[in-house]
Design a protein around this ligand. Structure first.
Ligand code: SAM
Length: 287
């Protein structure tokens, strides 16, 4: 386990993932019924952008750094930026929330959080960072076992984030398996898979597997900061979102062009389409 998210915290992929997570939570919170938030690969929860790890890569400068200094961000960013502003009260960008902290702050009294992180040190940091919030349970086991271990939940609504480090060659496949396991246990779960846009051939197989999965409906949203023609670099990132709440597709259609323009490095772009449409039987593989 070599991956440490502190090197990448706040980069373009984090901005896209965390903004979408904030919108998902806002849309779920329109109804008073409680929901559970599950994070299979949670990281440490809080990041110091002034620290050695973040500064060694400087990735956040081309991610949240650009958004932070942009005065014309759409109102749909308010919740996400509100969390970051509260962590940086003097207006200087120094602290950045991981998915656990973002979810912790944006969820309500009646909601519950299950956060899992396997790395021994990062698990300890996560536990310390989440201390004092009785709605949060921190687990330090195998992330791929989370759907089997925790679903179904007592809450009828679930938001499950699957965000592995992609250190192993089989992790795209494992994501599909975890999604299927989640829907086998809770058909109505909202499952979000984050994936890197690198090798197009591998991604094609991933899309085919997703489109043949048991997800009742599945939205694909992608943000590119480079042309996706070089498999050795992170050209962008994608989110596969099953059972997206009503309104998310329209919101992403508004946000993605702005994100592509704001975060583009050599080339900006985006994609939004359905890998599985509602009611589809034997869905055709998407390309
Ligand atoms: N979700 C976090 C966020 O958005 O702030 C970032 C997570 S980071 C991409 C992936 C995390 O998975 C790392 O912290 C890594 O230590 C952890 N990890 C790696 N292998 C794991 C496994 N098999 N089970 C659980 N966690 C794992």
């Amino acid at each position: 386990m070599n991956y440490r998210h502190a090197y990448h915290a706040g980069n373009h992929a984090d901005v896209f993932k965390h903004l979408t997570l904030a919108r998902l939570i806002a849309l779920l919170a329109r109804k008073p019924a409680p929901f559970a938030y599950l994070d299979t690969h949670a990281g440490v929860g809080l990041y110091d952008l002034g620290g050695d790890q973040a500064n060694r890569t400087g990735e956040y400068l081309e991610g949240i750094g650009r958004v932070w200094s942009n005065e014309r961000a759409p109102a749909l960013l308010d919740d996400y930026l509100g969390v970051i502003r509260a962590m940086n009260p003097d207006g200087e960008l120094r602290h950045y929330p991981g998915s656990p902290e973002l979810a912790r702050v944006l969820t309500r009294e009646q909601d519950r959080l299950h956060l899992n992180e396997k790395h021994p040190e990062d698990g300890e940091l996560l536990k310390n960072n989440m201390r004092g919030d009785r709605r949060v349970a921190v687990h330090r086991g195998e992330g791929w076992l989370v759907p089997r271990a925790l679903l179904p939940t007592q809450e009828k609504r679930v938001l499950l984030l699957i965000d592995p480090p992609f250190e192993q060659p089989d992790e795209l496949e494992r994501c599909v398996h975890a999604l299927e396991e989640a829907h086998g246990r809770m058909r109505q779960a909202i499952v979000v898979i984050w994936y890197p846009i690198k090798d197009e051939r591998q991604l094609k197989r991933f899309y085919q597997k997703l489109s043949k999965s048991n997800a009742p409906k599945l939205l694909r949203a992608e943000l590119y900061v480079h042309n996706p023609d070089d498999a050795t670099r992170l050209n962008g990132s994608g989110l596969a979102i099953s059972n997206p709440p009503w309104g998310l597709e329209d919101e992403l259609r508004e946000l993605l062009p702005w994100l592509a323009q704001t975060l583009a490095q050599s080339h900006g772009g985006w994609k939004l389409d359905w890998l599985v449409e509602e009611g589809a039987v034997n869905a055709k593989p998407a390309v």
